[in-house]
Write a protein that binds this ligand. Structure first.
Ligand code: ADP
Length: 248
């Protein structure tokens, strides 16, 4: 359950690749239950920031904390995932030959490389959780259908559902609406909005209309640091932000 205090802190985080500062004294705080959008031009450091949070990339300096107890810089990538930090990459990766239901069942296993739950007898708890998630992602009618026949948008929702099976505390979502139809985008906005409050959601997205439709708070990254932060109306009229986007 959410506490409404900060859940993630990045403090003075920097990382260089071959002498180039991809992240440059980045400071970011995400509150528990918050839905935050991260925007910024190409090369701003959005992906690198997500990689740092999940432990894929180690910063050269700074600190990254999850709640007040977990120093993420001293944890491995799997350990960080176990804390309840789930990441959804841009391209959906569902098991196409398995049903929607089985995809969700599989996601209960902490390690996707093994398939213990398919053969084991399913607990009532797992079944309840699957039903709950199916309702959240609006794929109830598709539960017995192979995931391979789903539309691109439905596959994205299924993958979000797979992450939800683990009851994450923080979801990191990379460009969820790329390639979606208008209608799918609307449903994705509803889905992400409904998730916030139950867990924190950080969305990296290029589509400004979509960002405007979901975000209460937007962080603009530029050259590896925060350029502006606030409501979409505030940041989109900020002269510094306008200048950066005009230069794209
Ligand atoms: P964004 O996701 O905002 O487009 P990235 O985080 O992908 O930005 O990249 C930030 C900068 O760091 C870019 O200039 C990119 O070329 C560079 N960069 C990212 N990852 C690496 C890497 N592994 N090696 C070298 N340069 C990298």
């Amino acid at each position: 359950d959410v506490t409404h205090g900060p859940i993630l802190y990045l403090e003075d985080v920097s990382v260089s690749f071959d002498g180039f500062k991809a992240i440059n004294d980045l400071n970011l705080t995400i509150d528990d239950g918050e839905l935050r959008c991260i925007i910024g031009p190409n090369g701003a450091g959005k992906t690198t920031m997500m990689d740092i949070i999940t432990g894929k990339t180690r910063p050269d300096s700074g600190s990254v904390w999850f709640g007040s107890r977990h120093d993420l810089l001293h944890m491995s990538e799997p350990e960080i995932a176990t804390l309840g930090i789930g990441r959804k990459f841009q391209k959906p990766t569902v098991f196409e030959a398995l049903s929607v239901f089985e995809n969700l069942e599989l996601a209960m296993a902490t390690d996707k490389r093994i398939f213990p739950t398919l053969t084991a007898r399913m607990t009532g708890e797992t079944r309840d959780r699957i039903d709950e998630v199916l309702q959240t992602i609006h794929l109830g009618q598709w539960r017995e259908r192979p995931a391979g026949i789903l539309s691109h948008g439905q596959k994205q929702w299924l993958e979000i559902g797979m992450l939800l099976m683990q009851k994450p505390r923080l979801l990191l979502v990379d460009e969820p609406v790329a390639g979606m139809t208008e209608q799918e985008m609307e449903r994705t906005a509803e889905l992400l909005t409904s998730l916030a409050g139950r867990q924190s959601v950080v969305v990296v997205e290029h589509d400004m209309g979509f960002v405007r439709s979901i975000a209460r708070k937007v962080t603009v990254l530029h050259q590896g640091a925060v350029l502006a932060e606030g409501s979409m109306d505030t940041v989109s009229t900020d002269p510094k932000v306008v200048e950066v986007y005009l230069g794209e």
